[in-house]
Design a protein around this ligand. Structure first.
Ligand code: TMP
Length: 227
């Protein structure tokens, strides 16, 4: 049985990385998940991210977040670097893990490119869809958990953490457009995007996410869980 691709998305400071770790440990302790692993249905749980889920991707991440050359990075170059990172990641990491039956928990994926480079930078949305198709070979998430948080609140959280990277340094209006991008995507793809209120305390957000994922787990693996 092929695995499943679960993606976390949201604006800066929405708590994706924390929640991804929380979900990973909750699943490892979960009876149904352990049962599926004992049956050999789920070989492992892989946690990864974009950009930076491969060796090549780590170099691209450094460029994307740390580049401060005299001439600023133009938006189309930025778009292509995110796409290059994704192409390598899908081929070398995500597809083999899914083929082995694993669950892949991925911090950001195609919707980030639509939200940031499309809505944020203003690049052509149809071209971005095409480029996402080239980069992924059509591999779509089975479930996208969108951690919904007001852009200003999220940015304030990241700025408390210390030095802002190249993307975080963009102004509030940019991050508000990104947020509108995620809102639009959630309306367009209700079949795979679930909104989670990320303004709630960490434990409450984790519980909401777990409830959603547990529902999908039961739905996807009913025959195995009945065995
Ligand atoms: P993060 O994964 O630590 O949140 O940082 C990644 C940054 O890259 C974040 O600002 C969002 C941005 N990003 C894009 O602009 N486009 C993309 O396609 C992806 C995957 C990330």
């Amino acid at each position: 049985m092929p695995g499943r691709l679960l993606v976390f998305e949201g604006v800066e400071g929405c708590g994706k990385s924390t929640q991804l770790q929380q979900l990973q440990s909750a699943l490892r302790q979960h009876g149904s998940f352990q049962q599926l692993q004992r049956q050999g249905v789920l070989p492992q749980l892989l946690v990864t991210r974009e950009p930076g889920g491969t060796e090549l991707g780590l170099g691209l991440r450094q460029l994307l977040l740390g580049y401060h050359g005299v001439a600023p990075m133009v938006s189309r170059a930025e778009l292509l670097l995110y796409a290059a990172d994704r192409a390598q990641h899908v081929e070398a990491v995500i597809k083999p893990a899914l083929a082995a039956g694993s669950w892949v928990l991925c911090d950001r994926y195609i919707d980030s490119t639509v939200a940031y480079q499309g809505y944020g930078r203003g690049l052509d949305l149809a071209q971005i869809d095409q480029l996402n198709l080239v980069a992924t070979g059509g591999l779509m998430p089975d479930l996208t958990l969108w951690l919904k948080l007001d852009a200003a609140t999220g940015l304030a959280r990241t700025r408390q953490r210390g030095a802002a990277d190249r993307m975080e340094q963009a102004d509030l209006a940019f991050h508000q457009r990104v947020q509108r991008g995620f809102e639009t995507l959630a309306v367009q793809h209700p079949e795979r995007i679930v909104a989670i209120d990320a303004a709630a305390p960490v434990e409450a957000v984790a519980a909401d996410i777990f409830a959603v994922v547990e529902g999908y787990l039961q739905q996807w693996y009913t025959p195995n869980l009945m065995a």
